[in-house]
Design a protein around this ligand. Structure first.
Ligand code: PEP
Ligand code: MN
Length: 264
């Protein structure tokens, strides 16, 4: 899910993940919204049931965006109180990609790994410099996220899909790379061949060697408080996973082919 809304929706989602053999997820408590009048997330109030349900369904890592330093302590305390049933990966959203004080804060601790999302309106080099604020603080558990760029040239997608940069970022940043097809595409558009656009761009990132996928699922996308239009349904989860496995296999084969063929 993008944002945690109801306990029931979260539980339905976690149950579907466990049934599919998935132990990692995302769940937003602190949501940075474009409009101050939109739902801002439940904040610290939802952390107890998020962590409790993670424990119940054997979810081992939750990617969770933070927007301010005190939230790191809120997460740490809520994990302690609930008996450390899961782990958290701190997500820096695209709007905070150059919030250098926040980047220093997540870099100054080693407890939580960091998912840094590239800035949507700055150059790749500026994002690579920004993520150094995390690394130079001493935290080297960083994953670099591609989530599409803000430009109307990306229409009809929400953002211009930038997954061609997966191998480039791996080379330049020497970090593992996450692709974010939901925020990149932004819709449930379906191609002529029957595949969803979200699945097509996911496969493109995976076939290029992506290490992680962050993708929105929701039990009832039309009722989601945040980012419903781009969410896949829980019924689509097994299909999505099988499609990803095909793309991953293609990547592995391509890597072996390059080992055999490329002059060194
Ligand atoms: C999100 O992951 O819900 C989010 C706000 O993403 P981004 O920072 O990429 O816009
Ligand atoms: Mn979102």
């Amino acid at each position: 899910v993008c944002a945690v809304d109801t306990r029931q929706n979260l539980e339905d989602t976690f149950r579907a993940l466990r049934a599919a053999g998935i132990q990692t997820t995302r769940a937003g408590a602190y949501k940075p919204r474009t409009s101050p009048y939109d739902f801002q997330g439940h904040g610290a109030a939802c952390l107890p049931f998020v962590f409790e349900l993670a424990g119940k369904y054997a979810i081992r890592v939750i990617a969770m965006e933070i927007t301010a330093e005190p939230q790191i302590d809120e997460i740490r305390r809520a994990l302690q109180i609930s008996g450390q049933p899961t782990g958290v990966m701190l997500q820096i959203g695209t709007r905070n990609a150059q919030n250098f004080e926040l980047l220093k804060s997540v870099g100054a601790q080693q407890e939580f790994p960091v998912l840094f999302k590239r800035g949507m309106g700055i150059t790749l080099e500026e994002s690579l410099n920004a993520v150094e604020y995390v690394a130079s603080g001493g935290n080297h558990k960083i994953i670099f996220g591609l989530r599409g760029m803000k430009t109307n040239l990306g229409d009809p997608h929400r953002n211009f899909v930038d997954f061609a940069m997966v191998p480039v970022v791996k080379r330049l940043a020497r970090m593992r790379v996450c692709i974010e097809p939901s925020h990149a595409v932004g819709t449930r558009g379906r191609a002529r061949d029957g595949l969803l656009d979200v699945m097509h761009v996911t496969a493109q990132g995976v076939v290029a060697g992506a290490n992680m996928i962050l993708v929105d699922f929701h039990p009832h996308p039309n009722k989601a408080l945040v980012d419903g239009p781009q969410a896949l349904t829980l019924a689509e989860l097994p299909w999505f996973l099988e499609d990803v496995a095909i793309a991953r296999e293609a990547y592995e084969k391509r890597r072996l082919l390059s080992e055999r063929s490329a002059p060194r």
